[in-house]
Design a binder for this molecule. Sequence first.
Ligand SMILES: [Zn+2]
Length: 457
Amino acid sequence: MNARPFQNPSFGANVVVMSSPARPIALRGPVLTYTGDPFRDGLAHTMVHERDAIVVVQDGHIAQFGPAAEVTPLLPPGIEVRDYGRDALITAGFVDTHVHFPQTPMIGSHGKQLLDWLERYTFPTELKFADRAFTREVAHTFLRENLRNGITTSCVYCTVHSHSADILFEEAEALGLRLAAGKVLMDCRAPEGLTDTAQTGYDDSQALIAKWHGRGRLLYAITPRFAGTSSPAQLSAAGALWREHPDCLMQTHIAENKAEVAWIKELFPERRDYLDVYDHHGLCGKRAVFGHGIWLEDGELQRLHDTGAAIAHCPTSNFFLGSGAFDLSRALDPKRPVRVGLGTDIGGGTSFSILATLSEAYKASQLNGQALSAEHAYYLATRGSAAAMHLEDKIGSIAPGMEADLVVLDMRSTPLIDFRMNQAQSFAEQLFVQMILGDDRAVQATYVAGCLAYARS
Ligand SMILES: [Zn+2]
């Protein structure tokens, strides 16, 4: 197996890209994965926790998975076994269903709520992406942070510039990532230099789809930023594009903030509700991922359920921007469950850590009178988010035939967590400690398509 250092020295000595191993390798350690949706079918039927398991990866896929006692006798002679020990936890790589890579440079900017924040921070930052060298530097940093945090798939907003999508796709391709992304469509109510037109946005997206969608593991996401910055003509053009390429994803924002909801009602008085603005233009259906959705009404949730569209739950961002506490159990109501994934929403979100994001998801559920369990939370971060993107047949769980994107957590990553773990009585408690106290330090290794892509120093 040949290791080559990643091109950019700033990536850090501990980030390496290994060429795809032709020979199988085996990872050994405790494993947590899911065979279905525990919110719908219960944990007993869907959660798999093996205390000592072996995962065999070959040619980018999982070849075998099972208890070590059963799999060991079947291993080919001489296979390399990487034993991570009993204080590790191997899960499917984390999936981030809503994130803006160009906002990496503005994470942690102070002040006000969504619409003001877009004006003060987002638009000025995104203007800098006219510069290709800057764009590449940010794309590098963004993907490095993803790998450091065990994120192996994301659904990414670029800027209005076509090259922002080209550069992100180039960088993701070099790492072998399964990643969805799209150039932002924005033709009104945005600064000069950050707008396209209905026609140029359509043409540029069409060219990007032809170049990138389905190339290796990459997917295109048609990306109108939100109804506030797209004219009806642009929303129609985006809908037409999606009809021509229905296997692309479609991502946008919805019902994030009360002032935003009121503004969209003013802009589109003829539409029944916020979702109907998108639906009317052919922008609601399978593989649609709507960011936030905190203030959706019952009829909108029903429509999302009926069409197979998803909501990206972005709790660190929702709290940071004072948007609200997303009601997860309402969205998942068994009478009309909506697909829900987890999103970091960088840079409104405050952390690349999925563990930190789960901690905030727990607090959001508490404010809605529910206490999200750790076992359900890890489903959201893996298979649940894959299902939100309609990719659960490829990523998000550990089973033969799945793509070998894996994260190895260190369950004793800090002195406090180490001490706390000594008191934990059950696996559920151990898991909960990780999501409340853990962060990037808990990520010991990240595998992309069976290759070690990040290893903690
Ligand atoms: Zn967003």
